[in-house]
Design a protein around this ligand. Sequence first.
Ligand code: ACO
Length: 342
Amino acid sequence: MTAKRFKNPRAEHGFQGRSCSILSVGSYVPEKVLTNADLEKLVETTDDWITSRTGIKERRIAAENEFTSDMAAMAAQRAMHASGIKPEQIDLIIVATLTPDMMFPSTACLVQQKIGAKRAAAFDIEAACSGFIYALEIGQQFIMSRTYETVLVIGAEKLSTIVDWTDRNTCVLFGDGAGAAILQHRPNAHGLLTACMGADGEKSDLLFMPGGGSMCPATKNSVAAGLHYLRMDGKETFKNAVNAMHTAVKEALRRCELDITQIKCVIPHQANRRIIEAVGDRIGARPDQVFVNLNKYGNTSAASVAIALDEAVREGVVQRGDLVLMVVFGAGLTWAAAIIEW
Ligand code: ACO
């Protein structure tokens, strides 16, 4: 390693000598596989259409009695096992999800009970598919400010419960799963170098679920009208995703004075292969730099890049010391790009 591979933007904010490392990661996907052939029996679609338009071949669907908190707890336990962290060491649990078990209490509190992290504070955040990087950044702020030493960050979703299984425009895209990371202060490490986050509430109508909140609580009529299913303008979402992800990546690289060629692995939100290719082209990444697993899981929203990072680490694609670029996009609109020295 050369003396100066990159600039550490955290140092400019008075964080010299303090760093937030991702100690370990873990993930969980449910057993049940729903293939494109299975979907051909549910709606008017074909494997060829889904594969060519999205790159997705299959997705995982949680069991009826398996909830977001169960998948989150499984991913958390795997992450804890990977680094030998005990539940009682965890100071804070942050769960990013748009499909919590209930409106309240938070899914993070349910996870705290399930993994026995009795000392931990716990809360959820909601930034749709961008949630995992938003949560990483929040967790890292608690560590950099010396408030906490060990933070568990989770992205988890049971999207199968908010997908309209009669709508071919959306039901082929999504899947269930969870990914987790343990953050801890480590001297002489770099860890999470920067996270550039953004949002545009003016475009909140591109991707949303109208029912279930204070605006439209559940009634017989709201259920009959399908207001408790997600709605999406696919084409506009696609265009906005490519532009926002490109801009966020450029800013993250600029802050760290890095060139894309110095990045070992790009881990983009796994929504659509064509979005990933368009972003890859614009940022000048070689195809072999870009990690893709959406063929197996579809879009798992807040869990997406967390699952992908765990797989990239387990497959040896990402090794200690490598620079990893993660970039996400989702409803809100929200987006974020993060650079990590693994
Ligand atoms: N099978 C067959 N035909 C289909 C299907 C399907 N599953 N879905 C749509 N079609 C049809 C449409 O009805 C349309 O037919 P028409 O021309 O007769 O009206 C035709 O295929 C073309 O539809 P388009 O919308 O032009 O297809 P497009 O190439 O834009 O692909 C897609 C659609 C895959 C949804 C794409 O727009 C996309 O991926 N958008 C981004 C979605 C995304 O990333 N969302 C997640 C954001 S993250 C979050 O926060 C959850």
